[in-house]
Design a protein around this ligand. Structure first.
Ligand code: URA
Length: 238
């Protein structure tokens, strides 16, 4: 069972404000399981109840989950006076007042960022207690020695003395660059950059490509986003 107020659900599913949702209800446009409902505070079970609203077409949901391919130069925040935020990249049809980024990527980091209005789900994804691995590709300025990989994999100590949890590292090169794929299950400030700095290296570029088993959709250009399905959401926890 997943209960939610009718006006809140209509606001989310029809992309209108709460006030507009209450007006829609008052105007007699809302049916629940085939019955006209006029009470904004009516509790709806989003797993069982069928809600229809005249003039709107939707499949009922009680939260929204969006995958964004974050470009560099945009900050992970809900609003800022001067700088462009990830919320500014969400098109009106997906935008909701209650939307916030789930976790944080640095301004110059690109790749997979989730945005949602579901605080509990976000906590499950970002809290280190739930051990959800986030996978990044780092472009390094120098080759990575196997002794450094071992340090990172066994829990490296940052320059300020903070001990990191064990991470997983795969190192590879091409003719021009040095790369590391790194999986971490916590999200300390600038963590990946600081881990490689503690190993005497430097991250020139960083991209997040996966959260749990959910991969960044590579058909999304930088700056593009889309809603994810329930099945994709589950991949995070598998
Ligand atoms: N680690 C970093 O250093 N930066 C990010 O944006 C994410 C993880």
């Amino acid at each position: 069972m997943s209960l939610s107020r009718l006006d809140k659900l209509i606001a989310l599913n029809c992309n209108v404000s709460r006030k507009e949702a209450r007006e829609i209800i008052k105007e007699g446009k809302v049916n629940v399981n085939g019955r006209l409902i006029l009470r904004a505070e009516e509790l709806i079970d989003t797993m069982l109840d069928e809600v229809s609203v005249k003039g709107f077409d939707f499949t009922l949901k009680n939260h929204i989950y969006i995958m964004l391919n974050k470009p560099a130069g945009v900050i992970t925040a809900t609003k800022d006076e001067n700088k462009k935020t990830v919320i500014d990249l969400i098109p009106p049809e997906l935008s909701r007042k209650s939307l916030f980024p789930c976790g944080r990527l640095d301004k110059d980091t690109t790749g997979l960022l989730l945005l949602t209005d579901d605080g509990d789900m976000c906590h499950r994804i970002v809290s280190p207690n739930h051990c959800i691995y986030k996978t990044y590709i780092a472009v390094l300025s120098r080759p990575l020695e196997s002794a450094d990989i071992k340090k990172i994999e066994s829990g490296i100590i940052l320059k300020d003395g903070t001990k990191c949890m064990p991470a997983k590292v795969r190192y590879f090169t091409d003719d021009y660059s040095y790369f590391a794929e790194i999986k971490i299950s916590e999200g300390k400030y600038h963590q990946v950059k600081r881990m490689f700095a503690a190993a005497g290296n430097h991250v020139d570029k960083l991209k997040r490509i996966q959260i749990g088993n959910l991969k960044l959709d590579d058909s999304l250009a930088e700056g593009q986003c889309r809603e994810i399905t329930k099945e994709e959401l589950q991949l995070i926890f598998e």
